[in-house]
Design a binder for this molecule. Sequence first.
Ligand code: DP6
Length: 363
Amino acid sequence: MASSTIYEATCSAPVNIAVIKYWGKRDTSLILPTNDSLSVTLDQDHLRSVTTARADPSFSSPPERLWLNGVEEEIKSQGRMRTCIDEMRKLRKGLEDKDDKLPKLSTYGLRICSENNFPTAAGLASSASGFAALIYTLASLYELQPAVSTSHLSRIARQGSGSACRSLFGGFVAWQGGETTDGSDSLAVEVAPQEHWSELQALICVVSDAKKGTPSTAGMQRTVATSPLLQHRIREVVPARMKDISQAIKARDFNRFAEITMADSNNFHATCLDTSPPIFYMNDVSRAIVQLVEEVNRASEEAGKGKIVAYTYDAGPNAVLYAPKENVSLVLGLIRHYFPNADFDDTFNLLSSGANASHRGAN
Ligand code: DP6
């Protein structure tokens, strides 16, 4: 008689925004970075990917199928999705080999469905939350935890998209780039939980929701191949900043956190400009927001107070602003005052998100 047990799991994972940027791979197939990075995981209420996976012995031809935001996507034989599924299966097989009573889910086909609660085209980090949700959902379906640690899972998420490894944790997360050639030490670790500094808020200014010109995967390898400045960033700039920003986070020192975050965003975009041919991610509005933030901070510091807000930009024109909760209404007021242009109203959305814990698994 056929078994009536349904093996299904649904989990969600949040977006993370780096304050020390990952830009460059030393191994493009294992996704091993040229430098460490550090991010803040955002609140799942606003930006998240939700993934459901079901395993069933009747799923065949092909054994795996995947739908992203309602559209079926091909799982390419040499692709990142394939690698992630195969690696998760291997972990399940390892448990089954040790325990005869476990159902042989590693031999079943899979149906996977994933949705974002934000537009994929908005230039926000959908691959990070998407791959993190996939890995966490398969870990839940295959009942891998606690035998397999979250950092171990992050090594697999990393092979989906580098930044995804950081979305398996909430709060403040470092991706330790590692030194080995097999990637066994290239994984994410928690620097501090969200509760440690819950007054820190993130505001996302969607300057443009057009799809970005140079995708990060291609852009970063062009930088690796052509930018002398990147070598300085890898050797000198990032190692010192990783230490300094971790200390600033531990001490909840917003001034120092803001200083390093903005400097690192600028250094990253400088390496993009140093790439041949150059890559431009920020536009005039992005730069106007930088000027506004610098001006506001200067005025506050002249009045004997600390910085009010920090900006950071990923591979696109949208600004992510970090500010202590007490400064958020002032920052929102300033943004609305200086960017009242009616043309912006459709595309210039502001979401306020507290950094928040990472994931929730459900069967
Ligand atoms: C600028 O993680 O999207 O957002 O590993 O090729 O998938 P792949 O790249 P991805 O790159 C993110 C780059 C960044 C900086 C960061 O998130 O650290």
